[in-house]
Structure formats: structure tokens, C-alpha cells
Design a protein around this ligand. Structure first.
Ligand code: PLP
Length: 718
């Protein structure tokens, strides 16, 4: 059988370290630095070469090196420690969920998302939504939730970003070799890989199901690049967010309808169905079809039943950002499906009907809102915006009573925290701090960490980031046939002494990446002040179809070559989880200047705060909930202008003033030992106030309490 021959390739490991392959197939390693270090210590160069992917690493590593590790006492001691921790993690005596809800452990939450950002070696995410899904799964595992994820294993993933010599973004698609991925075929009781089938217009489409183990929880991922699908269907889910409207509807059909069928084939009967954003909302239709066709319920009965168990998270504060399809396209895909739901055309279209200023469409958010019972936005501000935006669904209620709740996003601590800082926390917060991340009391003790020790640690991380970025930029310049001078100067790019501002995010225009360059002469003065140098590091991908977004990248690359900016402004290509990890630890300030209220939550600033990097941000997304005047800086005071130009002018002015008058002077105010005492007060306040609130442990517990448990409870009532 395919899977066993593949696995037997890995069985060539020396017996003393044979469990390295078992470990490689559980993404527990992605948030456990000690586990990753086992692999990297065997062959550090190969580890970098395979982009920190242990499965690929084990396939490529020389036997001689494995044998050397197996004979090394230090390696074996570390190996045993990691394996003990791995076993203890997977088979704990009791998890938070068991302890809190012992009567609910036989329920299952099925979490559907179009993208999962778990690790840099698995490029099936594009940005914040994917990172959130990945972190959600990891925390669900930590807390012991009965939980499964459902999504796609896109063979070409999202694109890789190359910036050419003209500053233009080029999108590169590489085909993933599944034998190098920590995925195994999801099999039925007879051991055969599960294949689901859906009907697309005029044809049948098949998708195989893969399983990725994330700690204690499985993720089931669909793949349509299989025989006997037609060539265009094999391409259908090749890429994340690729293709036109028709490809999107087909993808979402497979995710929603096919996802439900995959769980059925696995024998999983969820009692809670969680749609993370509207891409997966077709799954409610399949749940209704099952009850109508297989249990003989009427549509109304089926809808009443299904609604109770579905929960929905919306992430989009812009009306045009919600997925919506023309009715003729819906008819093409669902014309033979709605009779099976006991519906006619009108009844079916009403489920997603939504008027927009330009035209009416079948809207995935409307479908999700109408066919679930609990809904939330992803920050307090975004909750408010969503209640206003979807008031039309509940026209009889006052806006404040529109039943969309808010659960503010967080980040998975172990994934994003630097191992060096984790050691400091072990020492000063107590060894079990990670189990108390969401208790404010845990974080009071950061005040006990000596300033000088903290500062030295931070400077080491900063140097590590600079070294890494220099290497990346050198490679980029070599590839682009830059002059020898430009290539060698990459080695001295960025100064460890300069106040370093990081800006890394998707290059969607509302994030206004170039706002800081609004007044060129003023920012030049800020960057080049003698004795108080400042530098800017940018990274981020623009969606390949987003021409204005790509234009912003080009503009920054061009500026970075101009006198006054050269060496002070850099754009690093290929923003991903790996670059994000370096940046949120290595810069001094995290900049975020979206057009309020367009940022639903944002999470990169939460990663920065966790690593002692204070935020400098527009009061948008999560930041209004966190900012208290001592723990970072605000850009503007939360004003919203209709005129985008006025908004940009006001925000830029506030940004410059705060930089000039507060941030730069405070950073360079040092004591006799060179330690910036006042600065570290802000750093510590940022950790103390942000971390206990904006972490995944708090967030997933909140989902359990506000969404999952109520949806389970109604099961008991029938
Ligand atoms: C955290 C993260 C994001 C999301 O950050 P925002 O603050 O929402 O912009 C996007 N991409 C990567 C690679 C990340 O790590």
C-alpha cells in the first residue's frame, strides 16, 4: 500500500532514535523548540535547506549523520527528554476541557477553514486568517478539546514571493511533494484512503482526504489533484485564493459539501460545526440535505435542527470583502441540489440573498448567519462594525441587539514566543507559567526580570534577525544580478544600534504600507538624525491580482534605493511564518497603520507584544482594547474620516509627532550601562497587559464557553 511503502522509507532510522519519524508526523514539534533542535542538531545546514521540515529532513539526511547522533550520549539524553514530553502531551491525565466539562467529552467540534497556517514548511495559508486557524487548532489541542479541523491540502499552496530587480512582485508556484509533508492518508476501517465525491455541473469530482496531526487533534485536508478528475478539476484546489469566481464557487462547494462527506466517511458525527469565515458556509446546505434526504425531515425541520449546531466567525469589516456569487452561477452549481433540500429556486436563493449597492448576490456570510445560531466578530470594535453591517438580517432589533458577539483574537504562545524569552519566563514567572498564560497574575512578575538581562536578550534577538535578513537580501540581490557592490553591501545592511521599526503584513491597500513616507523629507530627517538613527523593515505579500497592493511594494523597494533611505529602509521578500518569527522578536517597535475600522483584529502586534516589542498602532482591531497610555503608542485618537486623504494626513501627522517627540527620544535615553530604562518600562507594561488577554488559550476558552458548549447543550434538549 502506498502509505506503508512511504513510511517504510523512514524506518531506516537507527533503532535508538527511531521515534524521530513518529515525532515528525505530529506538528507538536512546530511549537516545541526542543523537538526541532533534535533534527537541526543532526545536520544544521540540511535543516535550513529543507525549511525546518522534519519529514523532508529525515528523507534526505545521510545515514552516517543519523548513526552519529544515535551514538552520542548528549543527543540521546535530549531525545529521551523530548519523547517523554511528547508522550506526556499526547496522553495527559486530564486536560482543561476534561476537567471543566467532563460530561461533554464525547462531543466533537468540527472547525472548517479555507486556510491553516501551522508552519512555514506547509504553505496552505496566506495571512492572518490562516495563522488564526492554525493557532486555534494548536490551542484546542493544548486545552484538550474534542476537535477536528477541515480544509484543503493545496498542492501548490499560496504563492512564493520574489521581488525582481525592478521592485516588482513575482509569484512563484511550486508543487508540493506530499511525501515530504507531515500528512498521511486518512483511512477508513479497511485501511483504504478516504475519497469523497461531489457533483459539479456535468461531472463528478473526487477528492482524497489527508490527515495532519496537530498535537492531540487531527486536521482533515482535501485534495482534488487526483485521478480520475478532469485536468481542470485537478487544478481546482491547486492553489489558495487562485482563479476566478467560478473556480472559487467550485472550491467552496468542495470544502463545504465535500468536507461534510469526508467527516461522515471517517465516522465522525460533530455536534458543533464552526465556520471560520464564510468560505465553508456551503456545509450547512449539506447538513440540511442529509436530514431531508436521508432522515425524511422537511426543510424547515432540518433547518431548525442544523442551526442549533452551527457557529460562525466573521472576519471582514468591509461589505465588498464578503464572498458572494451571482445567482446564475449558484443555479449552475446548485440547480440539481436544492430539490434534495426540499426547496425550490426562490426558497434556496433566499438563504443567501443580499442586496448590495451594485447588485444582489448570493452572499456566503448571509448564508452562514441565517443557518447558524451563534456568530461573532474578532474584536470588540469589529463586533460593533459587524452588528451595524448585518443589521439587515435582524431589521426589527436595535443595532446593539443584533446577536453578533465578539471574541477578540489571540496568538498561540509557544508558537510565537522566542525560546530565549521562554527561558527567562521559566526563571522569573515559575515553570508552569504556560498553563497560566491567560491569568493576569502570571504576568505581574515580568517586573522582576532585571532590565539589563532583558535588554541583553533583546539585543541578541535583534542581531539574529539582522543576520538572517542580511543573508536573505544578499541571496535576493544575487538572484537579481545586482552589482557586486550591492551584493556585498547586503552584509552590512541594517544597524543593531538603530531604533528598528517593523512593518510586516499583507499588502492590502487599506493597511497603508507607505503611510510613513507621506512626507518624504520629514521621515528622512527622522531616520537620519545623528546619534539617534532609525531604520524601517518591511515585508509582506500582495495578492497577485491586487495591482495597487503590488504598487505599494514597488514604491517601497524604489525608496529603499534612494539616498537618505538606502541602508535605512529594507523590504524583505517572502513574508511567511518564518520571517514573521524573526521580525516580531527582533525589531524594537511594531508599526500598524490601517485605515480604521478596516482591520478586523490583527494578530502580528500580539506576537510582537508577547516578545517584548511594543506596538505603535492606529486604534483599530485589537489595539483599542489593549492600549492604556503606558504599554505602547497610539496613532491618532480613533477618529474616522469619510475622506481617505484627510484620514491619511491626520494619521501621518500623529505618527510623525509621536515618533519625533516620544518614541525616538525614549529609546535613546540610556543609563550609564547603556540600558534604556524608560523604554523597558513600556516593554514590560506591554507584556504585562497584552499577553494575558491576547493569547489563544483565553480565546479558545471563550469560544468554548460562548459558542461550543451552548451549541452542544442544545443537543441534549433535542
Ligand atoms: C501573524 C501573521 C499575519 C497576520 O498579521 P496581521 O496583524 O493580521 O497583519 C499574517 N501573515 C503572517 C505570516 C503572520 O505570521
Amino acid at each position: 500500500m502506498y502509505s506503508s511503502t512511504r513510511r517504510s522509507g523512514l524506518l531506516l532510522l537507527p533503532p535508538r532514535i527511531s521515534r524521530l519519524s513518529e515525532l515528525a508526523y505530529n506538528l507538536w514539534w512546530s511549537w516545541t523548540p526542543e523537538a526541532r533542535r533534535l533534527y537541526s542538531s543532526i545536520d544544521p545546514e540540511l535543516w535550513e535547506y529543507v525549511y525546518h521540515n522534519p519529514v523532508k529532513f529525515l528523507r534526505w539526511v545521510e545515514l552516517r549523520k543519523l548513526e552519529r547522533a544515535a551514538g552520542d550520549d548528549t543527543f540521546i539524553a535530549n531525545y529521551k527528554k523530548v519523547m517523554e514530553a511528547f508522550d506526556a502531551y499526547r496522553k495527559p491525565e486530564q486536560t482543561w476541557f476534561d476537567q471543566t466539562y467532563p460530561q461533554l467529552t464525547d462531543h466533537t467540534v468540527a472547525y472548517f477553514s479555507a486556510e491553516f497556517g501551522l508552519h512555514e514548511s506547509l504553505a496552505i495559508y496566506s495571512g492572518g486568517l490562516g495563522i488564526l486557524s492554525g493557532d486555534h487548532c494548536k490551542a484546542a489541542s493544548d486545552l484538550g478539546l474534542p476537535f477536528v479541523g477541515v480544509g484543503f491540502l493545496y498542492p501548490q499552496g499560496y504563492f512564493r514571493q520574489l521581488i525582481n530587480g525592478h521592485g516588482e512582485q513575482e509569484a512563484l508556484h511550486e508543487k508540493l511533494d506530499f511525501t515530504n509533508v507531515a500528512a498521511q492518508p486518512a483511512v477508513d476501517s479497511s485501511g483504504a484512503q478516504i475519497v469523497v465525491q461531489v457533483n459539479l455541473p456535468g461531472r463528478e469530482l473526487y477528492a482524497t482526504v489527508w490527515q495532519i496531526q496537530v498535537g492531540r487533534i487531527p486536521l482533515f485536508l482535501l485534495d482534488t489533484d487526483v485521478h480520475p478528475n478532469a485536468p481542470e478539476d485537478r487544478e481546482l484546489a491547486a492553489r489558495l485564493y487562485g482563479g476566478d469566481h467560478e473556480m472559487r464557487i467550485a472550491q467552496e462547494y468542495v470544502l463545504g459539501v465535500g468536507g461534510v462527506r469526508a467527516l461522515r466517511a471517517l465516522g465522525i458525527r460533530p455536534t458543533v460545526w464552526h465556520m471560520n469565515e464564510g468560505h465553508s458556509a456551503f456545509m450547512v446546505l449539506e447538513q440540511i440535505r442529509e436530514l431531508v434526504e436521508e432522515e425524511g425531515l422537511t426543510f424547515d425541520e432540518a433547518r431548525g435542527h442544523v442551526r442549533k449546531h452551527n457557529v460562525f466567525t466573521t472576519h471582514t469589516p468591509v461589505p465588498a470583502g464578503h464572498d458572494a456569487f451571482p445567482f446564475d452561477l449558484m443555479e449552475k452549481y446548485f440547480g440539481s441540489y436544492w430539490p434534495r433540500m426540499d426547496l425550490d429556486r426562490n426558497g434556496f436563493m433566499a438563504l443567501g440573498y443580499h442586496e448590495m449597492p451594485w447588485r444582489a448576490r448570493f452572499n456566503m456570510t448571509v448564508l452562514a448567519l441565517k443557518l447558524s445560531n451563534r456568530y461573532n466578530g474578532v474584536s470588540k470594535l469589529h463586533g460593533e462594525v459587524s452588528r451595524k453591517m448585518w443589521h439587515v438580517i435582524w431589521p426589527d432589533r436595535p443595532v446593539e441587539e443584533v446577536p453578533i458577539q465578539d471574541i477578540t483574537n489571540g496568538v498561540h504562545t509557544r508558537t510565537w514566543l522566542s525560546p530565549e524569552l521562554a527561558k527567562l519566563f521559566d526563571e522569573y514567572l515559575g515553570p508552569d507559567w504556560a498553563d497560566r498564560v491567560d491569568e493576569p497574575g502570571t504576568w505581574e512578575a515580568v517586573e522582576d526580570i532585571p532590565d539589563a538581562e532583558w535588554w541583553q536578550t533583546h539585543l541578541r534577538q535583534k542581531q539574529t534577525m539582522i543576520n538572517h535578513l542580511r543573508r536573505r537580501i544578499r541571496q535576493q540581490r544575487e538572484r537579481n544580478h545586482a552589482s557586486l557592490d550591492a551584493v556585498t553591501s547586503a552584509e552590512s545592511l541594517l544597524s543593531p544600534d538603530a531604533l528598528t521599526i517593523g512593518f510586516a503584513r499583507r499588502f492590502a491597500t487599506y493597511k497603508r504600507a507607505t503611510l510613513i513616507f507621506r512626507d518624504i523629507e520629514r521621515i528622512k530627517r527622522i531616520l537620519n538624525k545623528e546619534d539617534q538613527p532609525v531604520q524601517l523593515i518591511f515585508a509582506g505579500k500582495a495578492h497577485p491580482a491586487d495591482e495597487p497592493g503590488k504598487g505599494l511594494i514597488k514604491r517601497i523597494v524604489e525608496l529603499s534605493k534612494q539616498p537618505g533611505f538606502r541602508g535605512r529602509v529594507v523590504f524583505v521578500e517572502e513574508y511567511d511564518i518564518n520571517i514573521a518569527r524573526y521580525m516580531v522578536r527582533g525589531v524594537d517597535v511594531w508599526l500598524n497603520n490601517p485605515r480604521r475600522p478596516m482591520e478586523a483584529s490583527g494578530t502580528s502586534g500580539q506576537k510582537a507584544a508577547l516578545n517584548g516589542v511594543p506596538n505603535f498602532s492606529v486604534l483599530d482591531g485589537w489595539w483599542p482594547e489593549a492600549y492604556d497610555g503606558t504599554n505602547g503608542w497610539a496613532i491618532g485618537a480613533g477618529e474616522e474620516f469619510d475622506d481617505q486623504e484627510k484620514q491619511a494626513a491626520a494619521d501621518a501627522e500623529s505618527l510623525y509627532q509621536t515618533l519625533e517627540q516620544e518614541i525616538v527620544p525614549l529609546y535613546f535615553d540610556r543609563d550609564a550601562d547603556g540600558v534604556p530604562r524608560g523604554w523597558l518600562k513600556v516593554v514590560k507594561a506591554s507584556i504585562r497587559t497584552c499577553v494575558p488577554q491576547f493569547n489563544m488559550r483565553r480565546m479558545v476558552k471563550e469560544y468554548v464557553e460562548k459558542m461550543y458548549v451552548p451549541a452542544m447543550g442544545q443537543e441534549a434538549e433535542g
